[in-house]
Design a protein around this ligand. Structure first.
Ligand code: SF4
Ligand code: SF4
Length: 353
């Protein structure tokens, strides 16, 4: 049992909310900016409007192996059930945009540097402390708990959920890490931002695997981000060539979005891209070497076999004869997942030359 959580639960029992005025709200936004948040909006505590869509999406299994999405569905769809005492939800975002270093094998921008969860949680806790001084009892979330963060961010006026299903902020674009604070304070909510996708379908056309099956609809099972990060087993052969040189995640439907043309590089140094050795060298890593290189990054949770699986797919698509010795060694890896993907890559390279 986490004692601080218990204490937080106890103090959350309040009978009447404290009403916050607009001046305090601008102070709150100034404090959020001072802590390093790029955006801060306030959503009312209301049930999710796209309930039927979400339930159908889950029922059709479009979330793939992400079983956690099936859990606590009612609470996900109604933030009021998460914390009945909460009167407002603060939605905060941190810009993580940066250009990718040029190297063999691409990593999605969100994973180029340090994992954001711990960093953002610390900042949210500092903001909770500030809110507590104003009379609020608060609970922070960073990709934790049954929180549907993008619809909440839309209601908090941070942007709109676009045809690529991502949140677009009119000035920052798609590149926002999101976190939330549920608070007993009654804070005036922000106005929503209308959908500005218009006639554009650039993201749908750019998706290498046809994962955006229609505007605003994503079949996660086809998405490269899902296949290279969430999917546990062998990557279905039908998608391997389309993965191209993407080692971890995919930014294709974000990179082509015209709303990202004004994106500015993040000022958070901890998100700065890390350097890694070439794919051939990484293919020979032990689990310990893998962990040492990816400590505190989002890639760590992949573990060695799936990282090597992804390297093999990329080498199968972009590798040369010089990569064959490393792949032949990987083809004898005791893990069958690595061995099978290495054999696939060897065949692909030999087929090309
Ligand atoms: S992340 Fe890549 S694969 Fe997934 S929907 Fe976007 S473009 Fe398609
Ligand atoms: S690429 Fe076009 S359609 Fe897709 S999210 Fe951006 S604006 Fe919307």
């Amino acid at each position: 049992m986490n004692v601080s959580w218990l204490v937080e639960k106890m103090v959350f029992r309040m009978d009447s909310p404290v009403v916050f005025d607009e001046t305090l709200k601008s102070d709150l936004q100034a404090e959020a900016a001072r802590l390093g948040f790029s955006v801060c909006g306030v959503a009312p505590v209301q049930p999710e409007k796209r309930r039927e869509y979400y339930l159908k999406w889950i029922a059709e299994g479009q979330h793939g192996e992400m079983a956690w999405m099936e859990r606590n569905i009612e609470r996900r769809l109604d933030p009021g059930l998460i914390l009945p005492e909460a009167r407002s939800v603060l939605c905060l975002g941190m810009n993580y945009f940066q250009t990718e270093p040029s190297r063999r094998g691409r990593i999605a921008k969100y994973a180029l540097g340090r994992d954001y969860h711990g960093l953002m949680l610390k900042k949210l806790k500092k903001l909770c402390h500030w809110l507590r001084l104003k009379g609020g009892q608060n609970r922070p979330y960073v990709d934790t708990g049954p929180v549907l963060e993008k619809p909440l961010a839309v209601r908090a006026g941070l942007g709109w959920q676009a045809k690529n299903t991502m949140l677009i902020h009119p000035k920052i674009g798609n590149w926002l890490f999101l976190g939330e604070i549920f608070t007993t304070l009654e804070i005036p909510p922000d106005e929503g931002v209308s959908d500005h996708c218009g006639d554009c379908i650039a993201c749908i056309e750019a998706c290498p695997t046809g994962a955006i099956t229609a505007p605003y609809q994503l079949d996660a099972r086809r998405c490269i981000a899902y296949l290279t990060i969430e999917h546990q087993g062998a990557i279905p052969e039908e998608f391997r060539e389309a993965i191209g040189d993407r080692l971890f995640g995919c930014d294709e439907c974000l990179d082509v979005c015209p709303w990202n043309r004004w994106a500015q590089a993040t000022r958070e140094e901890k998100f700065a891209a890390r350097q890694y050795p070439d794919l051939r060298e990484m293919l020979a890593w032990s689990e310990e070497e893998f962990r040492a290189h990816f400590r505190q990054t989002p890639i760590l949770r992949l573990k060695r076999p799936r990282w090597l699986r992804n390297i093999c797919v990329v080498l199968g698509n972009i590798g040369t004869l010089e990569d064959l010795p490393a792949l032949e060694k990987a083809a004898n890896d005791p893990d069958p997942l690595v061995a099978e993907h290495a054999n696939w890559a060897i065949e692909k390279i030999k087929g090309r030359v």
